[in-house]
Structures are given as structure tokens and as C-alpha cells.
Design a protein around this ligand. Structure first.
Ligand code: ADP
Ligand code: MG
Length: 687
């Protein structure tokens, strides 16, 4: 829990404060003193009488009451200090900068545990240990530099790594990014990324809170919490970008089914971010560029005008936007001709709009006005304007600054000459603007933001399934792959259409089964998991003589215990699957069967619970979607039935979380029906 004393303390004690500003305890005090904190600061240092001009206290026990304590002392002294502060000084908020806790040793973990216990007992908050600290509008509680410009409308930034937090700020500051609050959670002993996000969500105020949240995460410890609060914040109008580095240990678990092999744990992270509406980033440039895009008004559409005085970057940006699914539409007609008249000869008013190296500030203003009011096929503008260093460009950036405030369409500035016109860029940024020095990074970020959909509805409406029957089957089942009979019952209880089936263990039963289902039939070995691989599937069996011959043969396959009969169906081969991912719940996957899934890995995934709408958008995102929609006169598959099946699978695993893996591969789909002809289900009951 985050208490208000952590965000807005009225007094701060620095335990281990030092005169040496090359030490964390010295630097954090210096940062506090140079920042905006107005309340009293109490340094504690047993060897000094004054620290950085402030009266120093020999020990925590000698302090007056302090709401927040920042500790920069060895781990072994922390328990006693925290106890004194919590019990005697009324301290409710703690930031422990020091390392040497759970990240280092068992003994360190024990200290960390005890510190948390004491703080919990007093209803307090702990950030860290092993972190760079906290920045809020009230105080600079970090021991590192640079201190970014603090602005209530800047980014709220939560980082699972202290050093990386510094590097991310260093990447963001030159672009003009400002920050509202920064939390480096270190070992997350009490408060992790998820808890800070929860705090930002529950205290969100549409008037005063920042709408941009940045996360750097090394491990997602509470996926459910992350999803809930990210979704909720996005629903309140926030935008969230996150880097998730590394993959969880769950990913290394051996997977025996198709679905298992297709869905690594990173797939679960992707699915969670998609469900929440978080823009996933992969590095510092990426994260800070997306943050810069978030600082602009939302992109209202995908048609971009590129306004430039240099050809190269405009071409590179056009390529990036086009590959990213955005458009740089041609600009034509009388208005375009009129604009061209106002530019120097040789300029182009088509898109990109190139007003040449000699282009002026006034011309830039005119072009922007045309894009804003005359060209209906434009949603937003990117202005590229650098300098070869011959003359200053203050006038150009002033026009840009003004137009960014008066135009209705968003304008993204690409000012690449970070050396030649360093001063002009600095002045531009000091007015609260953002610069994207690299047009390709910007193009990628715009595309990513555009394609990240806002979070879907909180409550998914799942199809009805026979829960009681499902629970009965699961109760009877043992861990591992369950029998064809149990699979049939589960699919029926979930309302997932399957081929009619019969099982035969003797030649006589085989002949009867085939006759009952009606020729042609398909015969499959029961026992081995991958049936075709051992010659255990025969399709299009047309008569009794062939049935008896194949029966004899199949029963001689190793581990064969019987033969499964199905009617021979036709249709497009589809794939659906489920995989349990520790902490995340279940991932539902879909794709086209055969080589599409096996070779091309053309699979989409979503996190259960998954309603039919989300399922449909997964189906439509498949690269091979055209095959489902129907191509070249070939009839496709009813995608709504397929989506309904995916939603039913989601409902099935919601009722039976013990399903660890499930493959329907293939389902045969036509315009009228989608039918599962092969299913594998693995159960894993965890006490
Ligand atoms: P496995 O995946 O264990 O090899 P399947 O039951 O998926 O076994 O069968 C292999 C292939 O045989 C399927 O991918 C499909 O092409 C075809 N097949 C299986 N059952 C039927 C059926 N009832 N109708 C038509 N084709 C089928
Ligand atoms: Mg199969």
C-alpha cells in the first residue's frame, strides 16, 4: 500500500546522510536540497555534527518525528533503524536505497523480510531496497542524476531496475520528456510495479493526474493486478507503454503439445499487453519515443502528411510509415496547386511536401495551415526541419511551436540537427515541446501506437457451458492426456462441435462402427499421442474389407489400445489451442492448420476470458486470414462459428482451470460448420 507520506511528506529523515556527494547518502541529500522540498530535512550521521549545512543527528533515536525516511545505510543496520522510526518517530514511508538484501543472500532476504514485517505492522510503505529512490512533485528522493524536469502532466514512470531507470530518463530528457513521478521499486519487497500502478489507478484524478504511464518490467509477478489496473487507467484516458525484458521461468517448461510449443511465456506477456491496451516497447529509444508520441494529442487516423526541407528523411519516414500500416496519401487538386504557387519553384506539394533547403519559416506556416484546414485526406503532420549550420533557425521553430498549439491536427516535430542547431532545439524544448530526432524511430512508434487498440470491455460475455458436467469429468480424470471418451464428453459439455465417433477394440466392433457412421470413414489409432507419425491415421476408408485390413495393421502399432472411427469430413483445416501460463491464466490460440501452424507459425493468441469479439479480431489478424474469408472463388469458413468455438474454449478452461494444454488440430471448417476432428487435452491438477 502506498501511503500519502511517500508521495507528499512534510518532513524527511536521511539515514546515512553524508558530506560526500559521491556516496548515495550524500547525493540523495544534495538532490533533496536542490529540489523543491519545503519541509524540514533531518540528516542522520553518527560521525558528523552538520551535514551539507544541516544539523546532523547521531542516530535515528535522536530524531524529531519524520514522515518519510530515506535509508542509505548497510543492510544489517536497517531492521533496528526501521523499528525505531516506525515505533517512536511516527515514520510511515520508507525508501531503502541500499543493496545487500534478498538480491544478494539468504541472510539479506531474512533482513528484508523482517523490515517489511515491521513496516506492514505499522501500516507503512516501503520502496526498495536496492533502488535509486523516488521522485514526486514534492521531493527529489533519488541518489542519481540527471533529475528530469518535473511536471504534473509529464510521464509517471515505474522501473523494476534502478540503473535502467536512469538510462531511460537520459534517453527521454534530450527529447524534451518531462516526468511527473518516478518510482524505482528495486527488490519490490513490499511495493512492486503492480502496486504502484494500482496506486496510480486508484488515485487517478482527471484534472491533475498525468495521463502517460511508462513501465520498465523485469518480471511480472502479479499479471492479474497489472491487467486490472492498466485496463482501468486506459479506460480513464491514460496511455501506457512498457518494456518487459527477459522471459519468465515458466517459458522454459517443456511443452509436449503443439500449443505448448507455439506459446512461449512471452506470448502470454504479449497477450496481456494486448488485452490491457499497453503499447509494448523493446528498448529505451523505443519507450521514450512512444512516450513522446503519447505527449501529443491522440492520432485521429492513419493518414500522415510529411512536411520537409530535405528529401532523405522524408523518404525513410514514408517507407517506415507504409510498412507500419500507416499512409502517406497523395495530396492533389486545386488546393495543392494553390499551395505549390506559394512555395519556391521546384518545391513539391504532393506528399511528402518538400519545400527545399531554401524553404522559409513563413512557408512552413503556410504549408501547415493548408494541411490543417484544406487537405481533408490528412489526419496528422510530421515536420522535418534540420539545418546544415549556415544560419539560425529560431524563426522556423517558433512557427512550429505556435502551430502545434493552434492547429487541430497533431504535429510531430523531427528536428535532426542536434549539433548544428543545439541552442534552437533547446529553446524549442524549453517551451514544453518534444523533439523526435530520428524520423524512423518516430515512424515505428506512430505505427505501434496506432495499432494498439484501447482495452476491450472489462466483463467478457462467455457462451454457456455445462459446468457441472465439466467439473464431473475433471474430477474423474487423472493428470496427463485424457482418453478419447473423456475428450468427447468435455467437448460436448462445452458445446464445441466434433466429429461423430466410435471406438472399436475388435474386428467385429470395427465393422459395426464403420457401418454405423456411414462410409467413407477415417480410422485412427488410440494410444500414441502423435497418430500420423506412427502411421496411425487412415483417411477415406470406403468398405468393410479395407476396415478389417487397416484394423489389423493399426492394432499392431506400439501402444495401440483401440481404433477410433470418424466420418470423413471436408473443409479448411483450422487450429485452436489453449495453454495454461503460470500466473496469467490461460492463453487461447488460433490459426490455420497444417503447414500454416507448423511451418509458418501463423498463430494469434489472447488471454482468457475471451469473448467472441476478441476471438474474431484474433482470427482476422491471422496472416492466412484470406483463406478463412475465402479466396479466388473458393468458399471460406464461417468466421463467426470459429470465433464462437474459441470463446467456448475460453469458457471451458474457465470452468476447468486444470486443463494445462489443449489442441484442436485440426478443426475442419466450411461456410456452414466448423468441426473438431482431432483433440488432445492434458490435465494438470495442482493440489
Ligand atoms: P494426428 O494429429 O495425431 O496425426 P489427426 O486426427 O489430426 O491425427 O489426423 C491427421 C490428419 O488426417 C488431419 O490433419 C486431417 O488432415 C486428416 N483427418 C483426420 N480426421 C479427419 C476426418 N474426420 N475427416 C477428414 N480428414 C481427417
Ligand atoms: Mg492432429
Amino acid at each position: 500500500m502506498i501511503v500519502k507520506e511517500l508521495i507528499k511528506p512534510s518532513s524527511i529523515a536521511v539515514i546515512g546522510a553524508s558530506n560526500n556527494t559521491h556516496k548515495p547518502g550524500g547525493k540523495v541529500l544534495e538532490n533533496l536540497l536542490t529540489g523543491d522540498f519545503h519541509g524540514p530535512i533531518y540528516p542522520v550521521n553518527p560521525k558528523e555534527t552538520s551535514v551539507q549545512g544541516l544539523k546532523s543527528f547521531p542516530a535515528a533515536a535522536d530524531l524529531p518525528p519524520a514522515e518519510l525516511a530515506i535509508l542509505a545505510i548497510p543492510a544489517r543496520f536497517c531492521i533496528e533503524t526501521v523499528r525505531v522510526l516506525a515505533e517512536e518517530k511516527g515514520t510511515r514511508a520508507f525508501i531503502i536505497l541500499s543493496a545487500g538484501f534478498s538480491e544478494e543472500s539468504e541472510a539479506g532476504a531474512a533482513i528484508e523480510h523482517e523490515v517489511v514485517r515491521i513496516i506492514d505492522e505499522h501500516g507503512g510503505s516501503l520502496i526498495g531496497p536496492n533502488c535509486i529512490g523516488v521522485l514526486t512533485p514534492t521531493y527529489n528522493g533519488v541518489f542519481t542524476t540527471p533529475i528530469p524536469k518535473l511536471d504534473p502532466k509529464g510521464c509517471d514512470f515505474i522501473s523494476g531496475s534502478g540503473a535502467t531507470a536512469v538510462f531511460i530518463m537520459e534517453a527521454g530528457i534530450p527529447k524534451g520528456l518531462t516526468f511527473s513521478q518516478v518510482f524505482s521499486v528495486g527488490n519490490s519487497a513490499q511495493i512492486g510495479v503492480e502496486e504502484v500502478l494500482e496506486y496510480l489507478d486508484t488515485t487517478f484524478d482527471p484534472e491533475t493526474s498525468s495521463r502517460v504511464k511508462l513501465l520498465y518490467i523485469e518480471s511480472i509477478n502479479k499479471p492479474g493486478k497489472l491487467l486490472t489496473h492498466a485496463r482501468s487507467l486506459i479506460a480513464k484516458g491514460c496511455r501506457i507503454a512498457a518494456v518487459k525484458a527477459g522471459s519468465s521461468s515458466a517459458g522454459s517448461r517443456a511443452a509436449s503439445s503443439h500449443t505448448g510449443a507455439l506459446a512461449g511465456s512471452d506470448t502470454a506477456v504479449d497477450a496481456l499487453f494486448r488485452k490491457a491496451g499497453i503499447v509494448r516497447c523493446y528498448g529505451r529509444e523505443d519507450l521514450t519515443t512512444v512516450a513522446g508520441v503519447f505527449m501529443h494529442p491522440p492520432l485521429p487516423g492513419k493518414r500522415i502528411a510529411i512536411i520537409t526541407h530535405a528529401g532523405g528523411p522524408a523518404v525513410m519516414l514514408t517507407d517506415t510509415l507504409s510498412h507500419g500500416g500507416l499512409e502517406v496519401p497523395p495530396i492533389e487538386g486545386p488546393a495543392a496547386d494553390a499551395l505549390k504557387e506559394k512555395l519556391f519553384p521546384g518545391s513539391s506539394a504532393a506528399n511528402p511536401i518538400d519545400f527545399l533547403a531554401t524553404g522559409t519559416a513563413e512557408q512552413l506556416g503556410t504549408i501547415i495551415d493548408y494541411c490543417d484546414t484544406q487537405f481533408d485526406n490528412i489526419d496528422a503532420m510530421v515536420v522535418i526541419f534540420g539545418s546544415p549550420g549556415l544560419f539560425p533557425v529560431y524563426d522556423v521553430y517558433d512557427v512550429l511551436h505556435e502551430k502545434m498549439r493552434t492547429c487541430t491536427k497533431p504535429i510531430y516535430p523531427v528536428l535532426p540537427s542536434i549539433i548544428n542547431v543545439k541552442d534552437e532545439i533547446e529553446s524549442f524544448l524549453s517551451k514544453g515541446n518534444i523533439n523526435f530526432p530520428d524520423e524512423v524511430e518516430l515512424g515505428r512508434a506512430l505505427a505501434r501506437v496506432h495499432h494498439t487498440k484501447a482495452a476491450g470491455p472489462e466483463e467478457e460475455t462467455l457462451p454457456e457451458v455445462d459446468r457441472e458436467e465439466i467439473r464431473r469429468i475433471i474430477a474423474e480424470a487423472e493428470d496427463g492426456y485424457i482418453s478419447p471418451r473423456q475428450i468427447q464428453r468435455l467437448l460436448d459439455a462445452a458445446g464445441i462441435p466434433r466429429a461423430g465417433e466410435a471406438v472399436a477394440e475388435s474386428p467385429q466392433e470395427a465393422a459395426e462402427a464403420a457401418a454405423k457412421l456411414g462410409y467413407p470413414v477415417v480410422m485412427k489409432v488410440i494410444g500414441p499421442v502423435h497418430k500420423s507419425d506412427v502411421g496411425g491415421v487412415v483417411v477415406n476408408v470406403t468398405g468393410e474389407e479395407q476396415v478389417l485390413r487397416e484394423f489389423e495393421r493399426i492394432m499392431r502399432i506400439d501402444d495401440a489400445v483401440g481404433v477410433l472411427f470418424q466420418p470423413m469430413l471436408s473443409g479448411l483445416e483450422l487450429f485452436a489451442g489453449v495453454k495454461a501460463e503460470a500466473g496469467f491464466g490461460h492463453l487461447v490460440l488460433c490459426g490455420l492448420g497444417g503447414i500454416f501452424v507448423e511451418v509458418l507459425k501463423d498463430v494469434q493468441s489472447g488471454l482468457a476470458p475471451l469473448g467472441p469479439d476478441e476471438a474474431l479480431s484474433m482470427i482476422r489478424s491471422l496472416q492466412g486470414y484470406k483463406m478463412i474469408a475465402g479466396t479466388r472463388g473458393k468458399e471460406g469458413v464461417d468466421e463467426h462459428i470459429f470465433a464462437e468455438i474459441l470463446a467456448r474454449i475460453s469458457a471451458l478452461v474457465t470452468a476447468a482451470p486444470e486443463i494445462a494444454e489443449m489442441d484442436l488440430n485440426p478443426l475442419l471448417g466450411t461456410a456452414k460448420q466448423v468441426t473438431a476432428v482431432d483433440a488432445r487435452i492434458r490435465i494438470e491438477k495442482r493440489n
